[in-house]
Design a protein around this ligand. Structure first.
Ligand code: XMP
Length: 388
């Protein structure tokens, strides 16, 4: 960006900055104290974006930098107690990801067992995920959590489905049905439940607004408020104003374990949108094994925390290989690792060759059903993070 003028003594609206493609990307009217930007300073790809925001908040508006995460948590806990009252109940879905974990721990701190967390195992989770989440959230964080084992129900409905949006709709719809069933059980056991916890983040809010507007984004997945209005529950959204890195800071301030706090995000439809083509129990198993090895190698090599999101995609393509004296004709899989903080833009992560090499030999040798492993070198935009 070329800065055309300095920020001094402008009597009227003026273009302040431009690029070779756009005459102005920033405007200002100093006497009226107004400034406008024609780009997103908050996304990863905007150099000095944070400085621009900080300059506005601290130097122009004069706000004090006296805000700390633990205050945010304490204020929220007090707010929830006042909202829910001494006997009210709150229900919320959790996935084991950082957002729902932080939201669930906050609620547990506020109202204890009157917060009811529900984990749905849709058969498309990572390897041993529901067991590990139960351990971390129930045992380690004291969250009142129940798990619904619904693998067969989801996989039966996904039979023969290859279209990504259809997979999303089936998984989203079935999830809602199951959640409603659990809500009914909880009400029968504990009394009326008027509130619903959602781990909505600020980028979800932004992306869902643009999804509905003229600049329609591509996928229907950023479905903020994804549960039906018919549930008539009042929403509690403690993370609605936070970016991912701030949620992590809040998680640390709440004393949540580092594995939970620094976990990469995982999409609601899970491995179903990482298995291109039909989702079957056999393909889920193959992908779970490969994904588990890749994530383990990222932890071991110290790269996990430097990456925004990492996973394996199972392609609907077979290739020829050799194993011992014989030929194989097996699936191709692709490793995707991206560097990002906002998930709206992302660069592919420059993973060292040695790590790729270990991953590739382990996956191909240890996972029956994969004989070729690729590495995705696309950035977002124009590619998205997920493949479907
Ligand atoms: P994309 O693929 O749009 O992903 O670049 C951006 C972020 O959103 C996550 N994602 C989803 N999350 N349901 C979700 O809850 C979905 O259907 C879904 N699709 C993508 C993705 O993992 C990334 O973090």
């Amino acid at each position: 960006m070329t800065y055309l003028t300095s920020l001094t003594n402008k009597p009227s609206i003026d273009d302040t900055a431009g690029t070779s493609n756009a005459d102005f990307v920033a405007i200002e009217n100093i006497s009226k104290r107004r400034w406008g930007l024609q780009f997103h300073p908050e996304v990863t790809h905007s150099p000095l974006g944070k400085d621009i925001l900080k300059n506005f908040v601290v130097n122009i508006s004069g706000a004090k930098q006296d805000w700390v995460m633990s205050d945010y948590a304490n204020e929220f806990i007090e707010e929830v107690r006042a909202m829910v009252g001494p006997t009210g109940h709150v229900i919320g879905a959790v996935s084991g990801g950082v957002d729902s974990t932080v939201a669930a721990v906050l609620l547990t701190k506020a109202i204890g067992d009157r917060f009811h967390a529900v984990l749905v195992d849709n058969g498309c989770l990572r390897k041993d995920e529901s067991v590990k989440v139960l351990q971390r959230m129930r045992e380690d964080c004291g969250v009142n959590l129940r798990c619904v084992y619904a693998q067969d129900r989801f996989l039966n409905l996904l039979k023969g489905v290859t279209e990504p949006e259809k997979k999303r709709k089936i998984i989203g719809g079935t999830f809602i049905d199951i959640f409603q069933e659990e809500a009914n059980k909880i009400e029968a056991e504990s009394g009326p439940c008027e509130f619903l916890l959602q781990g909505t983040l600020y980028p979800d809010v932004i992306e869902s607004i643009s999804y509905k507007g003229p600049s329609a984004t591509i996928k229907t997945h950023h479905n903020v408020g994804g549960l039906p209005a018919s549930m008539k529950l009042k929403l509690i959204e403690p993370l609605r104003e936070l970016f991912k890195d701030e949620v992590r800071e809040l998680g640390m301030a709440l004393g949540i374990d580092e594995v939970s706090v620094f976990r990469h995000p995982f999409p609601g439809p899970g491995l179903a949108i990482r298995i291109l083509g039909e989702v079957t129990a056999e393909r889920v198993k193959i992908l779970q094994e490969a994904d588990d090895i890749v994530i383990e190698e990222l932890y071991k090599s110290g790269h996990y925390r430097l990456i925004g999101q990492a996973f394996v995609v199972l392609l609907p393509v077979k290739s020829v290989g050799v194993m011992g004296d014989g030929r194989t004709y097996e699936n191709v899989a692709c490793v995707r690792c991206v560097e990002t903080t906002d998930y709206m833009t992302a660069d592919f992560y420059h993973l060292p060759y040695e790590v790729m090499s270990t991953m590739s030999s382990r996956v191909i040798n240890e996972v029956r059903g994969i004989n070729r492993l690729c590495y995705d070198i696309s950035s977002k935009p124009p590619a998205t993070i997920e493949w479907e």
